[in-house]
Design a protein around this ligand. Structure first.
Ligand code: PGA
Length: 251
């Protein structure tokens, strides 16, 4: 039984004041919500404050990225151990914005995945195709090479403590969502790729969908058999909208 996970990726948004209000709204709204794990991923600089504001509410904390080294002379970077020290349980790795804008390769992403797990952080590995790749009918090849590059490097056993998020690049922040059937097709293919390596790990692996998920389309996406929750960008910046998405995932 896979417990659904709904993760808010706040990206580079917010101020101390808005982040405090958003955290308070989410923390208050999850009271009594069962059958779903709720996670928020604020910008680094707000992690400790968000951790404090969450208090004992059932909201997990995650970061949006990490650096591979354990510490030392890496100006501007943040280690996995620092994230744990700040209250994180999860970290996003390989988001398409970092792949496209910051030049992250599958090799870097695999090393970040490993650095996270060495510190008991659960990596959320993002994969997804661009519009050109979808139109060229290479969606499953792209997803496969992104997933397999990391699985080859870390081994399938590592996915017993990881989450994978399918985020079609053309659906991120565009208002355009993959249809439930389009998303399910990719999720089923991803699970099959994992199952080739280990049927047991594939069966337990949580696969999130991300890309313009909102309260209005979440339920039909989450009803798909291989969609185990969502990675939510824009809609996670509004506590009521995010909570409605969390409720849609609750089983
Ligand atoms: P979006 O972003 O929900 O704003 O499309 C999703 C993501 O990038 O994780």
């Amino acid at each position: 039984m896979r417990t659904p996970l709904v993760a808010g990726n706040w990206k580079m948004n917010g101020t101390r004041a808005s982040v405090a209000a958003l955290t308070q709204g989410v923390a208050a709204g999850v009271a009594g919500l069962e059958g779903v794990e709720v996670l928020v991923c604020p910008p680094y600089v707000y992690l400790a404050e968000v951790a404090a504001a969450i208090g004992t509410a059932p909201v997990r904390l995650g970061a949006q990225d990490l650096y591979t080294a354990a510490g030392g002379a890496y100006t501007g970077e943040i280690s996995a151990a620092m994230l744990v020290d700040s209250g994180c349980a999860y970290v996003i790795v390989g988001h398409s914005e970092r792949r496209a804008l910051l030049g992250e390769t599958d090799g870097t992403i695999a090393r970040k995945f490993m650095a996270a797990q060495e510190n008991n952080l659960i990596p959320i590995l993002c994969v997804g195709e661009t519009l050109d790749e979808r139109q060229a009918d290479s969606t499953l090849a792209v997803i496969g090479s992104q997933f397999n590059a990391v699985a080859d490097a870390v081994g399938i056993e590592a996915f017993s403590q990881a989450v994978v998020a399918y985020e079609p690049v053309w659906a991120i922040g565009t208002g355009e969502t993959a249809s439930p059937e389009q998303a399910q097709e990719v999720h089923a293919a991803l699970r099959a790729m994992a199952a080739k390596r280990s049927a047991k790990i594939a069966a337990d692996l949580r696969l999130l969908y991300g890309g313009s998920v909102k309260a209005g389309n979440a339920a039909e996406l989450f009803a798909m058999p291989d969609i185990d929750g969502g990675l939510i960008g824009g809609a996670s910046l509004d506590a009521d909208e995010f909570l409605a998405i969390c409720r849609a995932a609750a089983v």
